[in-house]
Design a protein around this ligand. Structure first.
Ligand code: NAD
Length: 508
């Protein structure tokens, strides 16, 4: 790891505010980035203070005037080069993600791959930012719409996807002609600094002015400055529902736009016609992958009574084979939680579940001893519950899987929808009628609904996001780019008269 830290010059205390290649002085609080892998300090980062934050915003405002004048396909070419640079840095950045955040090395590499994929997507998009044309009701008139950039896009991101979420936002925002200011999670500042360095090199090589890509490291206060800041027309915020409610209210009070990607409480319905072996892989990876710290992690299994016992016994058996330990060791399935606060939340949820009547089929607990010195390694556990329990209605960001029984598909869909969140959902079935009912307007109420795939892990080509307390935002593929632009309707009169719309007569 030492050589990777040196490659990105991540030693001592690093500056935390940047406008590209420049790193600004600040007097903000120093943040220690501790690895949950071994519990040791990796490096420190100086948070933004108000003066350095304002300097970054001013740099972004100036850069916007130049960046928006560059044709979109040319902006796409620069994003293509960022993708190339990420390909070269995939190994180093993926390892750093794994070490700073604690996800498995495979998932660290997968996260960087997702960044490369969104770069490719954005390059194609840079030639397809098209609007519609309409027939005017007036003779000699033409009507069409075009999409213009917004200005500064503020990106607030969570710790669990410390780099990919930024790239989903920034690569699209850039080809759309915006400039970006990124506040990463204070729990994963070093991976953000590494991304900033990779990107800044490409912008500098293309003579792009400072300010197109800005980084402001800090805690909640810096996020709040962004939410309040009228100079940021769009704030894209990923994190807890608590954070989203605060950002949404603040941004709405100044009539700005927000794009919210918040918590999930994702379920898989396992029907009598399910392929149980396939369902097992989907359920176990969904529940324990990233130690249950994905917004799309599988939190609930809703299992038909006819296959309940058979499936639960497979599940318990599979949990017995999980290897928990250093995420950089590819033999392990499950790494640590992000920090000891997350461990406390996990333990509290287990207690609350028991108090409400939950019966643990696989017990949880914190691992101790050699290799577990950070205190962040926990056992994935399974509890038999009822959907209405308070704790089941709540997203605990840890590997606790709730299982419950159903009799009819209507009942299963009602249980799946019967939580405040609406991110990802899945049904395991080989029965076409059941699958179609699940996908119909009377089926899943989530932003993502899968058939014979688990809830976790989405492709960048689709629009990603969820309903209800998940916030309603969509990022990444499909036409999610429209959130980063403003629509303008243009009517052009090429006749020698000025007829008014709706046939109104106004003669002088
Ligand atoms: P968090 O809400 O604690 O923090 C997320 C980010 O918001 C951080 O950068 C934090 O500093 C900032 N923040 C916190 N309070 C703020 C406020 N009042 N104003 C402005 N900024 C504020 O979340 P976390 O623990 O880092 O991440 C886990 C959560 O993120 C889970 O709920 C998970 O489901 C969610 N998440 C959702 C998605 C999605 O796409 N739907 C993706 C990843 C994570």
């Amino acid at each position: 790891m030492q050589n990777i830290l040196q490659q990105f010059q991540l030693t001592g205390t690093h500056a935390g505010v940047s406008t590209g290649s420049s790193w600004l002085q600040s007097t903000g609080q120093s943040i220690d980035s501790m690895s949950p892998v071994d519990g040791k300090l990796i490096a420190g980062v100086q948070s933004a203070d108000r003066a350095s934050y304002d300097a970054a915003i001013e740099s972004a405002q100036a850069a916007y005037l130049k960046w928006r004048a560059i044709p979109a396909p040319r902006r796409g070419e620069i994003v293509r080069q960022i993708g190339e640079s990420l390909r070269k840095n995939k190994e180093a950045l993926g390892r750093l993600v794994s070490f700073e955040m604690g996800k498995s090395l495979q998932e660290g590499f997968g996260e960087v791959q997702e960044m490369i994929d969104i770069c490719d997507f954005a390059v194609g998009l840079s030639r397809q930012l098209h609007g519609l044309t309409m027939h005017s009701e007036r003779p000699g008139h033409r009507m069409y719409e075009q999409w213009h950039p917004l200005g500064i896009v503020g990106i607030i991101s969570a710790f669990n996807f410390p780099v990919a979420v930024w790239s989903w936002n920034s690569m699209l925002a850039w080809v759309c002609g915006n400039v970006c200011i990124w506040k990463p999670s204070e729990k994963t500042p070093l991976t953000a600094i590494a991304c900033q360095k990779i990107t800044a090199e490409v912008f500098a090589a293309n003579d792009i002015p400072e300010g197109v890509s800005c980084l402001v490291i800090g805690g909640r206060d810096v996020g709040e400055w962004m939410a309040q800041d009228k100079r940021i027309p769009l704030v894209s915020a990923t994190g807890s529902t608590r954070m989203g409610k605060s950002v949404a209210a603040t941004v709405a009070s100044r009539l700005g736009k927000s794009l919210l990607e918040l918590g999930g409480n994702n379920a898989i319905i396992i029907t009598p016609d399910a392929d149980l072996d396939m369902s097992l892989i989907g359920a176990v990876f969904g529940a324990v992958g990233t130690a249950g710290q994905r917004c799309t992690s599988t939190r609930r299994l809703i299992i038909h009574e006819d296959v309940y016992d058979a499936f639960v016994s497979k599940l318990v058996n599979a949990y017995g084979q999980l290897r928990i330990g250093d995420p950089l060791d590819e033999n392990n399935h499950v790494g640590p939680l992000i920090d000891t606060d997350a461990v406390k939340a996990y333990l509290t949820s287990i207690e609350e579940c028991k108090a409400e009547g939950g019966k643990f089929l696989v017990e949880g607990g914190v691992l101790k001893g050699a290799g577990f010195e950070s205190g962040c390694y926990v056992k994935p556990c399974i509890a038999e519950v009822e959907n209405h329990y308070k704790i089941v209605q709540h997203e605990t960001f840890a590997p606790i899987l709730y299982v419950m029984k159903y009799k009819t598909l209507d009942e299963a869909i009602a249980m799946q929808n019967g939580v405040p969140q609406g991110l990802s959902s899945a049904i395991m079935t080989t029965n076409l009628r059941e699958a179609e009912q699940f996908l119909s307007n009377a089926g899943s109420d989530c932003g993502i609904a899968n058939v014979n795939i688990g809830t976790s892990g989405a492709e960048i080509g689709g629009a990603f996001g969820g309903e209800k307390e998940t916030g309603g935002g969509r990022e990444s593929g499909s036409d999610a780019w429209k959130a980063y632009m403003r629509r303008q309707t243009n009517t052009i009169n090429y006749s020698t008269h000025l007829p008014l719309a709706q046939g109104i007569k106004f003669d002088l």
